[in-house]
Design a protein around this ligand. Structure first.
Ligand SMILES: [Zn+2]
Length: 204
């Protein structure tokens, strides 16, 4: 496909950088974009051009939002006494499917991963510790794989220290069985997630 016009090839090369997209799919998508009505393509490129500046992190939970506070944190019907800690926004979206959970979240945007030089200070942990005042339960919903478990254990230990040093009385739980080991929240169906949520346990 090296005979593609350069501008089309350039678009295709960008698309090829997306997760799970190979050269053939990228070429197919580039052709699709070329066939779009001008107005649609303009609207799409406008959205792309402003994607970064329009997307911020919620000041409370670090979820992505267009305003300072995300739609979940600003929803008065959500139970603010329950915080579920997730690795990233895609995990939050999975938890939001099927109305299985009415609490709020804390998005770490990563997990502790020493092999890749990601330590506790590289994820949004201190912001979680600032939110504990009125909280009754912290649900650790990092993924059930090695790094996710290590991250959950680190947070649990830190939360114990906070409890010892203050008069706060929140409990710490971890999602229970239901999630396959080595599984990923992002790909779990909501029934599996509901089970895991129901079976969450004290994390000691
Ligand atoms: Zn928020």
């Amino acid at each position: 496909m090296s005979s593609l016009p350069k501008s089309l090839k350039n678009v295709s090369l960008f698309l090829e950088r997306l997760p799970g997209i190979g050269e053939r799919s990228a070429n197919r998508m580039a052709f699709y974009l070329l066939r779009l009505p001008d107005a649609d393509l303009k609207a799409f490129s406008e959205q792309l051009a402003h994607l970064k500046e329009r997307t911020k992190r919620c000041k409370i939970c670090m979820n992505l939002a267009e305003s300072d506070i995300c739609s979940i944190c600003s929803d008065a019907t959500r139970d603010k006494k329950r915080i579920t800690v997730v690795e990233d926004v895609l995990d939050l979206l999975s938890m939001e499917t099927g109305n299985i959970y009415n609490g709020v979240y804390h998005v770490l945007h990563g997990r502790i991963d020493p092999l890749n030089h990601i330590g506790p200070d590289d994820i949004f942990l201190s912001q979680l510790f600032d939110r504990l005042k009125e909280v009754e339960e912290v649900i650790l919903a990092t993924n059930p794989d090695m790094e996710g478990e290590a991250t959950a254990m680190y947070i649990r230990n830190k939360l114990s220290e906070v409890k010892e040093a203050t008069s706060l009385t929140f409990t710490v739980t971890r999602l229970g069985y239901g999630m396959p080991m080595g599984g990923n929240l992002e790909y779990a169906d909501y029934m599996t997630l509901r089970k895991a949520l129901e079976n969450r346990r004290d994390f000691k």
